[in-house]
Write a protein that binds this ligand. Structure first.
Ligand code: UDP
Length: 240
């Protein structure tokens, strides 16, 4: 199997819930965001080119609002705006720690963020700036996992680092089956044939088609993010 580690350019996918932190009632917990920013600073100082795609599930999910009667497209636009709030919080924390960064929003929002332009984002990554991609793809009916797959493909990233609440990909649900086995590495094909859930189908097929490997890891334990960013073996590597 092709192992992309160590990476030169990576896309980190942070779910919105990751910014809330366990047990916190605030949508965004500043101390969690601060901890994430510090781990990112270390990796970027080590020379990693980093783009971040942040979700919005700590505020809103389009699909759940739509299941409760709201028009899906409208609900999704609300969700995309939620991701921009998270992007700004992250930008603030990174800036506070002296990390040069920028938010590029897929929906124009001139007063708070740059508007996404692929070539500009690529230049910023080359210059060592952390680029935070806000507002998802800018289109309803997509997810921020799909955004990560899209940005990773168009930025030519070596990998997507998917920070989650489980420590990798298992052969069955570890919350239901105590004998569930975690994979160190698994292929896209294996995921398909064994119906292993790594990302939603759109995001997964984009990664597979464009040969973008994914590292699935648990964000909660301190230091895990640093390990993942440095390309040390952690979680599960999903590859072609
Ligand atoms: N969203 C969207 N298009 C995109 C990305 C996101 O419409 O390209 C909306 C969608 O409603 C989604 C919400 O934004 O539920 C928040 O994103 P996501 O659920 O992916 O966030 P996460 O679960 O990672 O926190």
């Amino acid at each position: 199997p092709k192992d992309p580690r160590p990476f030169k350019r990576a896309i980190l996918k942070l779910s919105g819930e990751a910014l809330r932190g366990p047990g916190s009632r605030d949508n965004i917990a500043p101390e969690i965001v601060d901890r994430i920013a510090l781990e990112i600073r270390e990796a970027v100082q080590g020379g990693l080119q980093l783009g971040i795609v942040v979700g919005g599930g700590n505020f809103w999910r389009g699909a759940s609002a739509s299941a409760r009667g709201m028009d899906r497209a409208t609900a999704d636009y609300v969700g995309m705006l939620a991701t921009v709030m998270n992007a700004l919080a992250l930008e603030g924390a990174l800036e506070h720690h002296g990390v040069s960064c920028v938010v590029q929003s897929a929906i124009e929002m001139k007063n708070v963020a740059e508007t996404f332009i692929r070539r500009k984002a690529e230049k910023q990554l080359d210059e060592g700036k952390v680029v935070i991609f806000g507002a998802g793809t800018g289109n309803p009916f997509f997810s921020t996992d799909t955004t990560a797959a899209l940005r990773a493909s168009e930025m030519g990233a070596d990998v997507i680092l998917k920070a989650t609440q489980v420590d990798g990909v298992y052969d069955s649900d570890p919350r239901k089956n105590p004998d569930a086995k975690r994979y160190d590495t698994v292929t896209f094909q294996q995921c398909l044939s064994q119906r292993l859930n790594v990302m939603d189908a759109t995001a997964f097929s984009l990664c597979m088609d464009n040969d973008v490997p994914i590292v699935v890891f648990d964000l909660a334990p301190h230091g895990n993010l640093s390990h993942a960013l440095r390309g040390q073996p952690i979680g599960t590597l999903v590859h072609g």
